[in-house]
Design a protein around this ligand. Structure first.
Ligand SMILES: NC(=O)c1ccc[n+]([C@@H]2O[C@H](COP(=O)([O-])OP(=O)(O)OC[C@H]3O[C@@H](n4cnc5c(N)ncnc54)[C@H](OP(=O)(O)O)[C@@H]3O)[C@@H](O)[C@H]2O)c1
Length: 378
């Protein structure tokens, strides 16, 4: 076995060389390009699994509509490209739709299959506006991929007074889903792009019994960017459990998918040591196309019909951490989430009442707070 691997080494060198000459060398040569080429060469041994293209090769998705958050970059962009090439209509929910449009037109062959929506997940107001637009324009969504995320940010609060990583990676996408739930197809699939890093959260027993805002939306004194990221990914798995319970007697299903570790995307852009680490790990980690394969497998594979509430890694079913398995905790986290949202919506409404007092002409557009809360929390 070892001997057969060694026999492949000259082929590997050849492959790295060829890939570098054919592709990356056309751009400015850089460490990143060399490492990408080396990674491609190493994958000659097939260690990183299939690509998104390979996993969806036999599918015709011409009658499907898929909404993807963070569809303009990295794994989200790759999924957009592959799904649109299978004739799926892709609704790209992006922070900067103009930039996203330019990127998508360059990368995706079937750009007529794409539609852009603007959303800033660091703002509940923006999430509401985006979901209203989607509800107005779309009759049905078959696949929803909650993919957007941030990592490595310094501590910041959003305009809704929540820690940014928590709100962007989890809470706002919870709100988006609940807002558009009524147009999810009866057999819709929801995929939450998750991460193995959910395993690194430790909460003591008392905290698990009564989760608080400070445990999920970290105050500055307890903040590290890794901790905030891990917590957001743990909450997302609990959201999967909650949804699958909510949809128990329906045809809707929900999965979590870990795309891969140290996949070199723009996720690591916020802090140079992370950028360096991800660059150095490039030869040993999945390519973006390989990373997109597990979420797309969950979103489209007929093999998963009838299943729900499952976590996938490398296109295989996988156990989540003990903390992520606790269904009681799932309900407590969802209750906490609803309370956090309710508080924020009331605050928004309070600000609006003040605004109306100053500009009475707008009174005819007053929104009923109960409807608003129901929209946000489902
Ligand atoms: N890369 C990895 O090694 C890895 C490992 C495990 C899990 N994952 C997960 O894979 C998913 C995709 O990540 P990626 O690696 O492809 O990273 P990426 O290239 O940085 O993509 C993240 C996307 O999220 C969007 N986003 C960030 N903040 C936003 C906001 N406030 N409002 C709206 N959109 C926002 C980004 O939009 P902008 O372009 O506007 O910033 C971007 O489109 C994430 O859920 C991540 O946690 C990645």
């Amino acid at each position: 076995m070892l001997r057969s691997y060694f026999r492949r080494v000259p082929l590997l060198i050849n492959r790295v060389d060829k890939h570098f000459v054919n592709t990356t060398a056309k751009k400015t040569p850089s460490l990143d390009n060399y490492l990408a080429a080396l990674g491609k060469g190493l994958d000659f041994f097939g260690i990183h699994g299939p690509t998104a293209d390979e996993i969806t090769k036999d599918l015709d998705l011409s009658n499907k509509t898929c909404l993807i958050t963070g569809a303009n970059s990295g794994i989200g962009l790759e999924m957009t490209k592959v799904l649109s090439s299978r004739e799926c209509t892709v609704l790209m929910a992006c922070r900067n739709p103009y930039a996203a449009n330019m990127v998508a037109k360059n990368v995706c062959g079937n750009s007529h299959r794409l539609k852009l929506y603007e959303v800033n997940l660091a703002s509940l107001r923006s999430v509401k506006k985006c979901s209203d637009e989607i509800l107005k324009q779309q009759a049905k969504i078959d696949i929803l991929i909650l993919n957007a995320a941030v990592f490595g940010l310094p501590w910041t609060l959003t305009e809704d007074s929540l820690e940014t990583t928590f709100q962007v990676n989890y809470l706002s996408q919870y709100v988006l889903l609940m807002n558009i739930e009524k147009i999810l197809a009866p057999d819709a699939r929801v995929v939450i792009v998750s991460s193995e890093s959910h395993r690194h959260v430790s909460w003591d027993f008392n905290n698990q019994l009564t989760p608080t805002e400070a445990m999920v939306s970290l105050p500055k004194s307890q903040y590290t960017s890794i901790r905030a990221y891990n917590i957001s990914k743990l909450c997302a798995i609990h959201f999967m459990h909650y949804l699958s319970y909510r949809w128990l007697n329906s045809g809707k299903s929900v999965f979590c998918a870990h795309p891969g570790t140290f996949v070199k995307t723009r996720l690591c852009r916020n802090w140079w040591p992370y950028e360096l680490l991800y660059t150095c790990m490039r030869p040993f980690s999945k390519s973006i196309s390989q990373a997109a394969s597990t979420p797309l497998y969950c979103a489209t594979s007929p093999e998963l019909n009838g299943l729900s509430d499952v976590y996938y890694k490398d296109c295989r079913r996988c156990e989540v951490s003990d903390l992520a398995q606790d269904l009681h905790l799932s309900f407590r986290i969802c209750d906490l989430t609803k309370n956090l949202i309710r508080d924020r919506v009331s605050l928004t409404e309070e600000a609006r009442v003040k605004e109306l007092a100053a500009f009475p002409d707008q009174a005819k557009h007053t929104i009923d707070e109960n409807t608003l809360v129901a929209n946000y929390t489902g």
